[in-house]
Design a protein. Structure first.
Lengths: 225, 239, 215
């Protein structure tokens, strides 16, 4: 099917460019390491205090990384007027959105895995039985961030004060995702089963569906510029 | 030869802020016809090209391609177009071959590997095919852009300075490809500020000055010098 | 027509104030400061009306590209942000003597604060884009995303914590306060909605004049 092929080729293109230039990935890895140090210096001494703030701190790290990664996702299209090329490509433009979303999601999950790994190692955290539930929450939360983030990134790519406007627009809209993921992570790390946070998971699912559907429907309006 | 009217520009005006760049432009291009549009830098050639390419909307007037209004039905027009504008539409971190494959797939084309290789060979990029575009010169990036358009075999070509930066061999190739496309019924608009090889391919010449078409004539047997004289005469009148 | 609206708003506001300060009973524990509720609650509810109008106008704009719909969304956003801001301020003024704090992070306050910031972002986006057509398109998309997000915000924050008075008007069981509180409240609510409509009408007229001057 042509739609799927077009979306996949956009995702492939983004990941290939990222794999070779490593611009965003390097920045994110470095940034995650820095975050780790900052959290250690500000919170690390007291293990109880750290355990209490860990879910929030973890997701703070994820969100800040997401802002970096998503804010840049359309910058590559501004070189050599590739944006024009995307706009003039025949067919449904939402395929481009889904391709970009898939690429962003992959990148963000890689970085989040790295951050999580660093946390486990450096803060000596036992994920244990929480891991499967945690993976579900991380996946759904990241999808929510990436879905609206990709749309807003396209919107702000050609606008003045892009770096400021993008987080200002994205963060308030993402509050449900932030609350749901932090609360669910908190419960899971305390040993609760995934069923205990079912309402948060359902909220995340609902949010993801709303965000992706709206973005798919409005992306061509945003691309038109 | 098909004489169907493909591109129709009727009294198009385009104003940026308070500056009128196009002030009543009318132009027609038939299937199998190539028009060279001459004009000084800043005369509005690129603006007209962008309007036809559905990248800008006219302030007044209409432009249609194959009967579809470019402002009201851009999605109907886009599949018909092949555009080489100012930017090359290339990703620096992909190879030339990968760039072609990407744009072909995005355009819904079924480009086989041989077609891609042939297109690259045509513009003289077969040896640089698997090098990252970042390492290519500006001229080579332009050639890659032309290869991209040729792969698609569009019905309407909108080309901005197509022969700029090409060496002898590439120019011959491009001339050949453009003639072939013309023979297949495509309509061509070539926009330029110099009097180069575009004239060889062109069936008609138009001059854009003062926001209007001040000359629109069959090229016939006019040589480059004749054209230069005509251009100087008409462009000055308009200013 | 706009002028009439202005007079109706003034009249309704006057009636509302009379009811709030004259007719409504003095609250037993909180004293007279509780009367701020007759301004605070209508401000917030009227701002909800503003944002619903913004969302609907944005949708109409995307479907029909009607510049009038965009102007309505724009004006509604401006008036709505003003009302929310005033609503938050009056809430703080009410809250300080009543609960001892200017602000708490309970469900209702947090939701309203998020709403405020979202729509400030809307105005910021408008201000940053010079091309009016592009501004209209992007703001319409933002308006719809934000509007669809509001129920999600509401639930997530409500589940997160609850300290505020349980909703009295929109609770599943219906209003449980006495009639002597209900009537002044409703009249003030009507007054503020009419005031909102008046402000929006004037703003839309101004925007239309600006657009025609630029054309």
């Amino acid at each position: 099917m042509s739609y799927a092929r077009r979306a996949l080729t956009v995702a492939w293109k983004d990941l290939a460019v990222e794999r070779r230039s490593k611009e965003t990935l390097n920045a994110l890895v470095f940034f995650s390491l820095l975050l780790l140090f900052v959290f250690q210096f500000t919170l690390g001494g007291d293990r109880e205090r750290l355990a209490a703030v860990l879910p929030g701190v973890l997701w703070l790290g994820f969100v800040l990384s997401a802002l970096l990664a998503l804010g840049r996702t359309f910058l590559v299209e501004r070189e050599h007027d590739c944006w024009e090329g995307l706009l003039l490509a025949p067919g449904d433009k939402s395929a481009i959105y889904l391709g970009k979303l898939a690429g962003n999601l992959a990148l963000m999950l890689v970085v989040e895995g790295l951050v999580l790994g660093l946390f486990v190692v450096f803060f000596d955290i036992d994920l244990g039985r929480a891991l499967p539930g945690l993976l579900v929450v991380v996946l759904l939360g990241t999808l929510g961030l990436a879905a609206v983030g990709t749309l807003f990134a396209a919107m702000t790519a050609n606008v003045r004060a892009r770096e400021l406007l993008f987080p200002v627009l994205l963060l308030p809209v993402q509050v449900p995702v932030l609350l749901a993921t932090v609360k669910a992570t908190e419960a899971l790390l305390l040993g609760e089963p995934l069923g205990a946070v079912a309402h948060w998971v359902k909220l995340l699912l609902a949010a993801d569906v709303v965000y992706v559907v709206v973005s798919v429907l409005t992306f061509d309006v945003v691309l038109e510029g | 030869m098909n004489l169907e009217l493909i591109v129709r520009v009727v009294d198009v005006r385009k104003v940026f802020g308070l500056v009128p760049v196009l002030d009543g432009v009318s132009l027609e291009i038939r299937a199998g016809e190539a028009v060279a549009l001459l004009g000084a830098n800043g005369a509005g050639k690129t603006t007209l090209l962008k309007i036809l390419a559905t990248l800008l909307r006219p302030t007044r007037g209409t432009a249609t391609i194959a009967g579809h209004d470019v402002a009201r039905a851009p999605e109907a027009v886009r599949p018909l177009l092949g555009v080489v504008a100012h930017g090359a539409w290339v990703y620096d971190d992909l190879t030339a071959r990968e760039n072609l494959k990407f744009w072909a797939t995005l355009g819904g084309l079924d480009a086989r590997a041989d077609d891609v290789t042939a297109a690259l060979a045509g513009v003289g990029l077969e040896r640089a095919a698997d090098a990252r575009v970042r390492t290519l010169s500006a001229g080579m990036k332009r050639r890659l852009s032309l290869a991209r358009v040729m792969l698609a075999r569009p019905r309407v070509l909108l080309l901005d300075e197509p022969f700029a930066g090409l060496d002898q061999r590439a120019r011959k190739w491009l001339e050949g490809r453009l003639e072939a496309l013309k023979a297949a019924g495509a309509a061509l608009l070539m926009v330029t500020h110099s009097f180069g090889r575009e004239l060889g391919v062109a069936d008609r010449l138009a001059v854009l000055a003062g926001g209007r078409i001040v000359l629109d004539t069959a090229r016939g047997s006019l040589g480059a010098d004749d054209v230069q004289r005509l251009y100087a005469a008409h462009a000055e009148d308009a200013l | 027509m706009v002028k009439t609206l202005g007079w109706v708003a003034a009249g309704a506001l006057a009636a509302g104030l009379v009811m709030a300060f004259g007719v409504a009973p003095r609250e037993v524990t909180q004293g007279n400061v509780q009367r701020i509720m007759y301004v605070h609650v209508p401000l917030i509810l009227a701002s909800y009306v503003a944002f619903v109008v913004l969302a609907l106008a944005s949708l109409v704009y995307l479907i029909r590209r009607d510049a009038g719909a965009d102007r309505l969304a724009h004006a509604s956003g401006e008036v709505g942000v003003m009302f929310v801001g005033l609503g938050i301020a009056t809430g703080s003024i009410w809250g300080k003597p009543t609960w001892g704090a200017w602000w708490t992070w309970d469900a209702r306050l947090t939701s309203v604060a998020i709403l405020f910031v979202m729509y400030l972002g809307y105005l910021l986006l408008r201000g940053t884009i010079d091309d009016p057509e592009r501004a209209a398109r992007y703001c319409a998309v933002l308006g719809i995303v934000a509007a669809l997000d509001i129920p999600l915000v509401h639930f997530s924050v409500y589940w997160w914590r609850t300290l505020h008075q349980p909703p009295s008007l929109m609770k599943p069981g219906g209003f449980t306060g006495s009639a002597s509180i209900l009537w002044p409240l409703l009249i003030n609510l009507l007054a503020f909605v009419v005031l909102y409509a008046y402000f929006v009408a004037r703003r839309v007229r101004l925007l239309r004049a600006e657009a025609e001057a630029a054309a």
